[in-house]
Design a protein around this ligand. Structure first.
Ligand SMILES: C[S@@+](CC[C@H](N)C(=O)[O-])C[C@H]1O[C@@H](n2cnc3c(N)ncnc32)[C@H](O)[C@@H]1O
Length: 370
């Protein structure tokens, strides 16, 4: 992905970032409408719809692998589109009919298929980069790990059980898949660069360290918006080797559990702690807390776990963590307060972001080390 600065239109499809409260209200409303919509169907229809959900994932992956979003620039007759893609027209039509019921494409009365905002976002050249999520989530290793989801006590790491190694070890053995994963993370990273710039006060900051920051999509977005800020990207060596170039971005390749560089005004951990169980999350946060000077802050961004599930994406992210990690999960504010306390950090506040996620702001505890 090049260094074109991220915009709300590119990363979220909106001209301006909404306040976090508006996103949260929108999510709640969508949840209510979704439940009303579901409740209108008789139970057998709901059961079958749920079971057929496996087709939804596959159909979206197939749509992209067949190249439909990239080829579909204007209303096109299906046989013509099939010819362009080298696809079987009848099979393609069946896929497109399914896609139309999901709102991914539109089929008009003349039998033509029309592009939509979704096909625009699914194009490989879309600046938001969300297509990489399809490439990542469509991978056989992910499908297999989700297929192995279990509630058994001994099913501690489904990904490792079916793929032979824990997630990041497996990625290290499969560089192409790892690069795809990095690109998928980059899509969310660009979004969070924008949302964090808007939601937090950066006026006192000169240096920021993004811990587990992937290839720097978030950090470079933040730096683009704040010309006086310098950033250091801390991630595994193979990952920072792929970092996006930015004149004020430095890289630090290494194991964040072993070492976190000192002296930054802000340490970011965005979608990092949810990869780890409580013991490892505390270990990592403790390292970060030790590196944070008395006036520094630590900002942890993740989806919110609420007592009553409200945000469907947050709940899905939690189940995905159950499938892909050893004890990783989404946490609520109380969980972060406790993780921070154990790591020597004081939870100051949680800020709702335009993405719907929460940014937990921590400061070193004055009594730490006492
Ligand atoms: C879920 S991704 C989040 C990436 C990025 N923060 C974002 O939100 O897009 C977790 C990141 O943690 C990194 N990571 C995993 N183990 C690590 C370790 N021991 N030290 C440093 N980074 C690590 C991964 O390489 C990956 O980039």
């Amino acid at each position: 992905m090049d260094r074109t600065p991220a915009t709300p239109a590119d990363v979220l499809g909106v001209p301006l970032l909404p306040p976090g409260s508006v996103t949260a209200a929108g999510n709640r409303l969508r949840g209510v409408l979704g439940r009303v919509h579901a409740a209108m169907a008789p139970p057998p229809a709901r059961i079958l719809t749920a079971l057929f959900g496996m087709l939804e994932h596959r159909a979206l992956v197939l749509l992209c692998r067949a190249g439909v979003p990239d080829a579909l620039t204007r209303p096109t007759a299906i046989p013509q589109l099939a010819g362009r893609l080298g696809a079987d027209p009848v099979r393609l039509e069946r896929l497109l009919r399914y896609a139309a019921t999901r709102g991914w494409v539109r089929l008009d009365r003349r039998g033509r298929v029309r592009p939509t905002r979704i096909t625009a976002f699914l194009r490989a050249d879309h600046p938001g980069g969300w297509r990489a999520w399809v490439d990542f989530a469509g991978g056989q290793e992910i499908v297999a790990a989700v297929g192995a989801l279990s509630v058994d006590e001994e099913a501690a790491d489904g990904f490792a059980a079916v793929n032979g190694a824990p997630f990041f070890d497996w990625m290290a053995q499969h560089p192409d898949n790892w690069a795809t994963f990095d690109r998928a993370m980059g899509a969310g990273g660009r979004m969070h660069g924008l949302t964090l710039a808007a939601a937090l006060d950066w006026s006192g900051d000169r240096r920021v360290c993004d811990v587990g920051g992937g290839t720097g999509a978030l950090l470079s977005t933040l730096l683009d918006l704040m010309p006086d800020l310098e950033g250091t990207l801390l991630d595994l060596p193979e990952v920072v080797a792929r970092a996006v170039p930015h004149p004020r971005l430095q890289t630090s390749g290494g194991d964040a559990f072993a070492h976190v560089p000192e002296g930054f005004d802000t340490y970011l951990l965005v979608n990092v702690l949810h990869d780890w169980d409580d013991a490892d999350a505390v270990r990592l946060l403790t390292r970060v807390a030790q590196a944070t000077g008395a006036s520094g802050r630590v900002v942890v961004v993740e989806a919110e776990h609420t007592a009553v599930p409200r945000d469907a994406l947050a709940v899905s992210a939690d189940l995905l963590m159950a499938a892909l990690t050893h004890g990783g999960r989404e946490r609520g504010t109380e969980g972060f307060v406790e993780l921070g306390r154990t790591a020597g950090l004081r939870h100051e506040r949680a800020v709702r972001l335009a993405s719907g996620d929460l940014a937990h702001v921590f400061h070193p505890r004055r009594d730490r080390g006492a």
